[in-house]
Design a protein around this ligand. Structure first.
Ligand code: SF4
Ligand code: MG
Length: 324
């Protein structure tokens, strides 16, 4: 299966400006050299704490943030290097679903306006004479009543609003949908409904998902593969079942351990692995392994050398102490 999306050595950094000194005093590498492949029709889960660079990664791929280095190959085109008009054409194929549909939807616009403005910007996707019919089909597809097309976002429940966000993302018939914490703002009872909808849409429309979440139990249900992000770097990547059954990186183990019902190796390690301290500032990351300030196994080599993401055991792990 050829990859629809191939991200290579992607870096996204931002200048840190001191208002006091009135100059740039440094840079934050929010995404610090990320690589992965996402085959068409599959879901890659990106997992990490807040501050791990998940959203910046998403925003870079979708074009809301600029890559500092590396490449974002989408259907063979490098979006980080292609000319602007080529990128604009490609961007239509990549849409985003945001965490909070209420803040990502313009409250002054009806559902009809929210969806059709996408068609206004890209008139070749759906001809105007087809708008009404296409809108009805789209709303039905996401489980909304087409008769409610002229209502405003505030007239819907949280779960329904996320369905509007999904309809909007699908209006341009994208191939890749980046879901950034799409159910985190919803009641647990509603989360499963929205996840089932996303799964059905993927099956019916052949969609490819990059699914970003801090919630491992959510990712477990939707992802084919999981990449674990720590301070802007992937520390482990594997098929979902393998990540949960045999996590190898100390950070992955700590993350899983924080969710008792996901602690698959509890027979061998009954005690949860506790994460010491806070996430270090991405403006001043630790040398060598970025996780070493919180790692119980940290050794001398960990401060001196950056561990590469290379196959160790069954799948790629970025840790010096996991045997090859
Ligand atoms: Fe811990 Fe060292 Fe492995 Fe980093 S490389 S996770 S500090 S053991
Ligand atoms: Mg975020």
């Amino acid at each position: 299966e050829p990859a629809l999306l191939s991200v290579r050595d992607l870096v996204t950094s931002f200048p840190i400006r001191s208002t006091l000194l009135r100059r740039v005093t440094g840079r934050i590498e929010a995404v610090a050299g990320v690589s992965f492949d996402l085959p068409a029709g599959q879901t890659l889960g990106i997992v990490g704490e807040s501050g791990s660079g998940k959203s910046t990664l998403a925003r870079t791929i979708v074009g809301l943030a600029r890559a500092t280095a590396g490449s974002v190959l989408f259907g063979g085109t490098d979006l980080a290097a292609a000319p602007a008009d080529e990128v604009r054409r490609r961007r239509r194929d990549i849409q985003m679903i945001f965490q909070d549909p209420y803040t990502s939807l313009n409250p002054g616009r009806t559902v009809r306006q929210l969806v059709t403005e996408a068609w206004q910007v890209h008139p070749d996707v759906v001809p105007r004479r087809r708008w009404a019919a296409e809108l009805g089909e789209l709303l039905e597809r996401v489980g909304l009543d087409p008769d409610h097309a002229d209502r405003y976002p505030h007239q819907f429940s949280g779960g329904q609003r996320q369905r509007i966000g999904i309809a909007r993302a699908l209006a341009l018939r994208p191939r890749l949908v980046i879901c950034d914490e799409p159910v985190s703002a919803l009641d647990v009872s509603i989360q499963a409904q929205v996840l089932n909808l996303l799964r059905d849409l993927q099956r019916d429309l052949g969609l490819t998902y990059l699914f970003i979440s801090h919630d491992l139990s959510v990712v477990r249900h939707v992802a084919d593969r999981v990449a674990v992000l720590y301070l802007g770097r992937v520390v482990e990547e594997a098929p979902t079942a393998e990540i949960f059954a045999a996590p190898a990186h100390p950070y992955t183990r700590a993350l899983l351990s924080a969710v008792p019902r996901l602690r698959p190796w509890r027979e061998v390690a009954p005690e949860p692995v506790v994460l010491a301290g806070d996430l270090p500032s991405p403006a001043n990351p630790p040398s060598g392994c970025r996780f070493r300030t919180r790692c119980a196994q940290a050794a001398e080599v960990c401060a001196a050398e950056v561990p590469d993401l290379v196959p160790r055991g069954t799948h790629p792990v970025a840790c010096h102490l996991v045997p090859r």
